[in-house]
Design a protein. Sequence first.
Length: 215
Amino acid sequence: MDPRGDFESFEARLADATEVQTIDELPEENDDTRQAIEALSGCILPEPEELTGDYLVAFSSPIAPAQPLVALVSMLAESAGDRLRVTLSRQYLSAGDLRTPAGDPEEPTVIELEAGPFEWELRRLVVPAAANPVLPAEIESQVVLSGELCSVRGEDPDAKLELFCGDMSGMIFRPLQSDLAGSSFAGPRIDDLDAPYPPVVIDCDGTPAQLETSP
């Protein structure tokens, strides 16, 4: 009996029977592989026209959740390879009627967004006192909007995003200091700027705001 010889013979048979595969280099990610991954995850990048449009956006904070700031937000989306380049313009509206512009339009901000979760930082916002539904005072803040960007088309090739919404974080610096954790934003699409605006909602569930406005 030769234990060492038997073991060496076993090793030789094992080596012959086993094929080891190695990956020298992973394939580079391209548009096709990215789109395949997005399709498997159930979230694919919208077409620019799905997002482009005007929205009545409410910014709701824990200070007075049902009494949000409201702005007319216009978004222009353009294809940028595997992303969308989005230009966002904001015009705050008077808390008195949610129609009259309050102050001057904010400077447009631009961001490139991929399919899936996003964060959009809006630095040092100054909101006119006329748009403040709680106190007759300017609001200065720094805000981060976060949400998820996915195509809504599915079986309808003409579908568009009807509600732009998500969570909001950041800080209010004046007229009082407050953490914006737990805040939200939501804006239904406005199909016709000359027609009555849609109802103001404060979150992705479509919770209605409670604002007193004049006719």
